[in-house]
Design a protein around this ligand. Sequence first.
Ligand SMILES: Nc1ncnc2c1ncn2[C@@H]1O[C@H](COP(=O)(O)OP(=O)(O)OP(=O)(O)O)[C@@H](O)[C@H]1O
Ligand SMILES: [Mg+2]
Length: 373
Amino acid sequence: MASSVKLCTVDTITYYKEAISQLNTVIEHSDTPIVQDDEIPMIELLKISQIKSVKRFTVINSPLYYDEDVTNYATVNGINIDLSETKYLAITKRHGKFKFEAVTDIRVPKNTIGLNSRQRKRDRLKLYHTYNVKPSVKQHSIVDLFDQKYSFRAKIGGEDKMFEKIFGEALLSRFYPKNFVQRTNMKHVKGILLYGVPGTGKTLIARTMSEILSVLPKVINGPEILSKMLGNSKAKIRQLFDEAKSDPDGNLHLLIFEEIDAVCKRRSGDEANVHDSVENNITSQLLCKMDGWHQLNNLLIIATINRPNAIDPALLRPGRLEIHIKIEPPNDEARLSIFDIYTKSLLQNNLLHHDVNLDRIIHQTQGWTGGTY
Ligand SMILES: Nc1ncnc2c1ncn2[C@@H]1O[C@H](COP(=O)(O)OP(=O)(O)OP(=O)(O)O)[C@@H](O)[C@H]1O
Ligand SMILES: [Mg+2]
């Protein structure tokens, strides 16, 4: 029986397959069946292990039409794309995933609407936006699987790559059945650092992770605690870890440490400044606790920061805030997903004025984040 599962960071799927094959070994050699005591059914996890290779889909850029109730969609025949094998297309970026029939009749000229005009009239289809569509070949990704259950794409737009990394490298093992984790002596990832410019959704992502993990997080705001910790930082920091340590059921505890750089700046040798010495002290305390925290499998820290080099590098070592995820400002496609999220109800309730031109808005908001005003 495998005695430990290595959490590697090479490639999500490789990692995942490796973990699952070890899981299979344990199941095979186990006299007691592994109880499914967690949210994501084991069978689903196993299904993903069947993935032989991750197929990249051909993405077709194509105008999207929708009916007045926003329930039916149609698109044009693809441009320079062979759809002969494709029965259905799926819109990949819109409130969820919609399937519709592909029109593969070669008599339909390029750039024309796949449905004939009678059908369009009958269904009162209007042009909404140019959308990416892709042939809907069976796809199972770890992100899809989790999204089926938690619908986080309805809240966070354009962050699939980040989700893939965060689930694949950091959170997946938290969904394995507890008795499996115990028997394999698996060590979970203990700390994640989300970094990126203001407004890229770090706080939103951290909060959403706590919902997915079904834990009420303890939120620590760097700048706020600095003043509160003057004098008694040791006790305060100990408290943060103690609850997890003394939890009789070993339930997961989550600390969201916002703007951690406010208290854990690169340590300076200059103790003359009272703030510097408090920060240095807090950083040392935190490091000390984090090292003791190796034994604790039920505590996870998600820290956020704007610039990773503003933080004491000792905090970023393996076993501490070991997974570093850069949250990029949203590109065109991601901004479109974000606008989709925030215009969904308007659209569904017919409140979005017909002259709203999303393409233009997307163009005009280049470089913007949720923090731009
Ligand atoms: N990808 C996204 N999808 C949906 N909403 C987003 C996304 N990114 C940012 N937002 C929205 O933009 C606003 C700012 O996001 P948030 O506070 O999470 O950013 P942040 O990265 O934590 O910023 P800061 O570095 O200033 O703390 C929030 O209202 C958030 O919901
Ligand atoms: Mg924030």
